[in-house]
Design a protein around this ligand. Structure first.
Ligand SMILES: C[S@@+](CC[C@H](N)C(=O)[O-])C[C@H]1O[C@@H](n2cnc3c(N)ncnc32)[C@H](O)[C@@H]1O
Length: 326
């Protein structure tokens, strides 16, 4: 129980929580302030909200990039004893994950009375778990807040992979693994991928390992063994120097534009807009690096690109991942 979140001692629960279902937004670790700014709950009249540890409960449901998991149908559940609490949860569904804000010992005892949730690490290339995983927290000794349906099938939205520490040249590959796993789609053998900001080569390694052709661009070199992978071509230069009308021109549409470039989100938005306008690329997976102050307006502009998604991956730091899959 560390971090920068506000600690709210139990008080009278607001009527909208007592009377029906509501939404819980679990902040990505360390990013509660970003989540609150994104939800903009103070500004919207008539919407109740309550911050409980690193969870923001609100009566309204909406997409939220800075939430690592969204509890979609949260409600109160009486739990006068540990056994009764566990029984009430089991009657709803099998799989539950405890997210204690307080009363951690009681939450652990309650978890012991629930069926075990698989602790297996995700293998890249295999689909994300399909079994629903609910989340709960204890409000007080006799009250649970529980949601059977959550946005993520992973405990607290954190994806733990069976890692490949030997072949991958940097840990950045985990971001692309996570994005592709959550999106449920992978580049296919032979597809053309641009990897902008590719050095030392983690993303290029992922794409080339899938059999895709990779045109990698960075001001720095790739690790030689990555540059030598079949299908990989590296160009020393700036990702902003590529002209989509030429690089992805007629008959040469790029299948995937991947960017992990260290650059301001506003600059990346200009680049993506040019590629979209030129209809030069089908799918996009881009890291929005929030250097310094979080640029909420630009993140919102990315989120408004039709059909796209902005998410905080569990392998993202002070950054988000924007994806458009078509
Ligand atoms: C986080 S690293 C990328 C890690 C890489 N995705 C991997 O998996 O190994 C960010 C990279 O962006 C590159 N970069 C920054 N500005 C760039 C630009 N304008 N064009 C191309 N690359 C750029 C940096 O040289 C750096 O290698």
């Amino acid at each position: 129980m560390t971090g920068d979140w506000l600690y709210t001692l139990p008080m009278a629960l607001p009527a909208w929580m007592r009377e029906g279902s509501f939404t819980g937004y679990l902040a990505a670790p360390g990013f509660l302030a970003e989540l609150l700014a994104e939800l903009d709950l103070e500004g919207s009249a008539g919407t109740g909200h309550l911050v409980y540890g690193d969870i923001v409960f609100a009566c309204k449901a909406r997409a939220a990039a800075w939430a690592q998991n969204i509890w979609l149908d949260a409600r109160l559940l009486p739990a006068p004893s540990i056994g009764q609490g566990a029984k009430a949860l089991r009657e709803i569904q099998r799989n539950w994950w405890a997210h204690p804000v307080r009363l951690a010992r009681r939450a652990a005892l309650l978890t012991e009375k629930l069926p075990k949730v698989s602790a297996r690490a995700q293998v890249f290339g295999q689909p994300a778990p399909s079994a629903p995983l609910g989340s709960f927290t204890l409000w007080d000794e006799a009250t649970l807040i529980a949601a059977a349906t959550c946005s993520s099938p992973y405990p607290d939205g954190a994806v733990r992979f069976e890692e490949d520490r030997e072949s991958a040249p940097s840990r950045a590959y985990l971001k692309l693994w996570e994005a592709l796993t959550l999106l449920g789609v992978m580049p296919r053998p032979g597809e053309l991928c641009l990897d902008l900001g590719s050095s030392p080569g983690g993303w290029t390694w992922v794409l080339a390992s899938l059999g895709a052709r990779v045109f990698s661009v960075d001001k720095a070199e790739l690790e030689p063994r990555i540059a030598a992978m079949p299908g990989v071509e590296h160009c020393l230069g700036s990702g902003f120097g590529l002209d989509p009308k030429i690089a992805g021109g007629p008959g040469a549409q790029v299948d995937w534009l991947c960017s992990d470039m260290a650059c301001y989100p506003a600059r990346l938005l200009e680049l993506v807009s040019r590629w979209l306008e030129a209809d030069a690329c089908r799918n996009f997976v881009c890291t929005l690096k929030c250097q310094g102050e979080t640029d909420h307006a630009t993140i919102q502009a990315f989120a408004e690109i039709p059909g796209s998604k902005v998410m905080h991956l569990s392998h993202n730091k002070h950054e988000l991942t924007w994806a458009l899959i078509r």
